[in-house]
Write a protein that binds this ligand. Structure first.
Ligand code: FAD
Length: 585
């Protein structure tokens, strides 16, 4: 039995993303305001006084694991800190020009009218990683304790399933699971309220939702994967402040997808491609889709003569309003992407994540005043959300993503109708509404059958990179100038994990990988993972191809946990500090 230190806090936040950083700072400010109003006799009630707040973050520093586009709608940060620019918020530049490109294989059609949800003029282009680093400093100045390199590995419950805090991961365990000389047991951080803001597919949020039934009566979450590179391009290739969103090539009409190109200062370009992880064809490889996107003449022209400087990939929770879990339970609240606050139509979640954190903070102030952290007390958070602009924004686009599950054309018609009717138009909506992505993936024989009119033998037996030779990606050269293979890209994500630790990617039944999955889906993990973590390798002893997990490549995007068709991959937190280094991304 390991003896663990217990640390008592009033509030513990899991994850130092925009949601929790805004929450912690707002909590400090709101408590100060509450107490001051009582002192002034303007407000009746009990003073709260000094409280202990902790934020635990699995990355080596605040911002290390933060990846976004990013164009930020400043509505939330203005509420948090009206003088955010004067206080030094590191926005890169202001959006001066919007464009929407429809791409066919060789042509680009510049839309004469940019669809209103994609209009960003006046908003800010920034590195969200930089902004989180800065917000982290603001939190520390306000007295919040931030613990980087501390992944929360477990939620702690009391005997009545009330959340009482979290346990951080052990350090110094070798790959056989034995303690090394530097072994340090994780600590138990006990708190009156625990706030989960782990981003998309939070590993604790997943445990919590399942244990407490927080998704009962809700639709399953659907995800996309965003693959991004930062480039330095020659002067004149792409103007600072320009924002382009694309539709069409290379996605097929059944697959949700689109690209972005944002012009930052100093001829830096943020470029990326989003692929819906509810795709049907198991041969889709979101990383290769992005590489193919860059080879389109209109896109290649932007990058021509430039140099890729950074890479990253991260999932996006795309379901929105219908796929929101219950946001509270005894002792716990869910904020940001972990709670499905992203607006899929605008591909924006920074402002909604921050606002959700601020509403959670206001709920916690009231809970602290009344010393009541029960589900009933914390349920006011959901009421606050429903009364805020978040509800107006997300409810109006509640049918956006599901309409894409019927294909691009019906989705475009639907999106237009939904925009005009604030989501009332149901037109071509699939009856089931959102269907979980892994349930939509077809087997190889169905795909090949559809293509050739006959059953084919699937992709069983493909090597780790041979999948890139499937006809879908035949034209992508991976020339290391414009297009990069996964290993080269992963190098540019600055990923590192101590190799002598247990894999944090738990495959619950590897026999399925070698048999059923190889046969039925051709081991799609080799393709959907954007970091070349999964390989099918010949086992000399058995003579069959078995799964090999290169966990040290992992960029913490969580795609495997989401997209595996048998749902047998469980992503858990690795040793603290491991993972990508997205500084400046
Ligand atoms: C490719 C891409 C492009 C995007 N573009 C835009 C855009 O242009 N504009 C926009 O508004 N939004 C955009 N978004 C969405 C936006 O980035 C998110 O909505 C927003 O970052 C969500 O904030 P969050 O705080 O909920 O989570 P995150 O930003 O994901 O932060 C979560 C933090 O929690 C940490 N964490 C997770 N689990 C644990 C754990 N168990 N223990 C300790 N720490 C943990 C993570 O390391 C991370 O630091 C984009 C997203 C992606 C992926």
């Amino acid at each position: 039995m390991i003896e663990r230190e217990q640390i008592e806090m009033d509030v513990v936040f899991v994850g130092a993303g925009p949601a929790n950083l805004a929450a912690a700072l707002h909590l400090k400010n709101e408590i100060a305001r509450h107490d001051e109003l009582i002192d002034m006799g303007v407000k009746h009630g009990k003073k709260i006084g000094e409280i202990e707040i902790a934020i635990v973050e699995k990355g080596a520093f605040v911002g290390a694991h933060i990846l976004s586009g990013a164009v930020m709608d400043p509505i939330a940060i203005r509420e948090l800190m009206p003088d955010f620019l004067e206080q030094g918020c590191p926005v890169d530049t202001v959006v001066t020009e919007d464009a929407a490109w429809y791409l066919t294989k060789g042509k680009m059609i510049n839309a004469p009218i940019v669809p209103p949800p994609l209009k960003n003029k006046g908003k800010y282009i920034l590195s969200l990683s930089k902004m989180c680093e800065w917000l982290g400093e603001k939190c520390e100045e306000a007295g919040v304790n931030i613990f980087p390199e501390f992944p929360a590995s477990e939620v702690l419950y009391d005997e009545n399933d009330r959340v009482i805090g979290i346990r951080t991961g052990d350090k110094g365990i070798d790959k056989e699971g034995k303690p090394k000389a530097n072994f340090e047991p994780g600590v138990d951080i006990l708190a009156k309220v625990t706030v989960l803001g782990e981003g998309s597919r939070g590993s604790l949020a997943k445990q919590l939702m399942s244990r407490l039934g927080l998704m009962e009566g809700k639709e399953p979450q659907v995800f996309s994967l965003g693959v991004k590179e930062l480039w330095e391009v020659p002067e004149g290739n792409f103007p600072e402040g320009k924002v382009v969103h694309t539709l069409g090539f290379p996605s097929d009409v059944q697959t949700y997808g689109g690209g972005w190109i944002y012009g930052l200062k100093n001829n830096v370009v943020s470029i990326g491609y989003v692929t819906g992880l509810d795709y049907v064809d198991p041969n889709i490889d979101p990383h290769a889709e992005f590489q193919k996107f860059k080879s389109h003449p209109a896109v290649a022209e932007v990058l021509n003569g430039g140099k890729m400087i950074k890479y990253g990939a991260k999932t996006i929770n795309a379901g929105g309003y219908w796929t929101m879990p219950r946001l509270y339970a005894d002792g716990v609240l869910l904020v940001g992407d972990s709670a499905s606050f992203l607006n899929g139509q605008r591909i924006k979640g920074i402002h909604t994540a921050m606002k959700s954190g601020m509403l959670a903070a206001e709920t916690i102030v009231s809970a602290l005043e009344h010393n009541d952290f029960s589900a009933a007390s914390l349920s006011h958070y959901e009421e606050r959300v429903d009364m805020s602009w978040i509800y107006d924004e997300l409810h109006a686009v509640r049918n956006f993503h599901a309409s894409f599950q019927k294909g691009r054309w019906s989705a475009l018609v639907n999106s237009g109708l939904q925009y005009l009717t604030k989501g009332l138009a149901w037109g071509f909506m699939p009856k089931e509404h959102h269907v979980a992505g892994h349930e939509r993936m077809a087997m190889q024989r169905e795909v090949n059958g559809r293509k050739n009119g006959k059953a084919a033998d699937g992709l069983n037996g493909m090597g780790p990179t041979e999948h890139l030779r499937t006809e879908r990606y035949d034209e992508v050269k991976f020339d290391k100038e414009l297009t990069f293979d996964k290993i080269t890209d992963v190098f540019h994500a600055g990923v590192s994990h101590d190799e002598d630790q247990p894999s944090h990617l738990h495959i619950l039944d590897t026999e399925i990988c070698a048999t059923r999955c190889a046969e039925e889906y051709g081991n799609p993990c080799q393709r959907f993972c954007p970091a070349a973590v999964y390989e099918m390798e010949e086992n000399a002893a058995t003579g069959r191809r078995e799964i090999k997990v290169n966990f040290s490549n992992c960029v913490h995007c969580k795609t495997c946990d989401i997209s595996d068709p048998y749902q047998i991959i469980n992503w858990v937190t690795p040793e603290g500090g491991g993972g990508p280094n997205y500084k400046g991304m």
